[in-house]
Design a protein around this ligand. Sequence first.
Ligand code: FES
Length: 165
Amino acid sequence: MTLSEATKQRFAQEVAKYPAEQKQSAVMACLSIVQQEQGWVSVESEAAIAEYLGMPQIAVHEVTTFYNMYNQQPVGKYKLNVCTNLPCQLRNGQTALEHLCGKLGIEDGGTTADGLFTVAKCECLGACADAPVMLVNDRQMLSYMQADKLDELVAVIRSAEGKAA
Ligand code: FES
């Protein structure tokens, strides 16, 4: 895989934030840029980043796999992560995950056939008192996501995308 000049320019802006001999420190930013541009981080992208930063590909892969915000496969337009760590678990986190999966007809980690939704469990989002908690597209956190609010969320997204609820 060849990085575009535009992508390399964005990488260079991140690398410039660190001392020259520590450009590997920009690895997370470079992975984020690739994900913004392509929606996910492929093995080929990891190889290109490794080459650009002068680090082993396995070291890039270790970062990709450590943080679950990096998508290791293509995801739907709306990635919905439901927290199932213990505090959420005690307040229906697993039930929320299963409700969402059931409503959309997919398994945990799956993507709907129309490519609109991916649902996956995730680790603690740091808002345990608001359980069940979920995250939309790695950016927007939603609290108290009981079944009725999950149904509403799906309906709002489908409506915004011009699809039947
Ligand atoms: S356990 Fe779910 S937000 Fe902390």
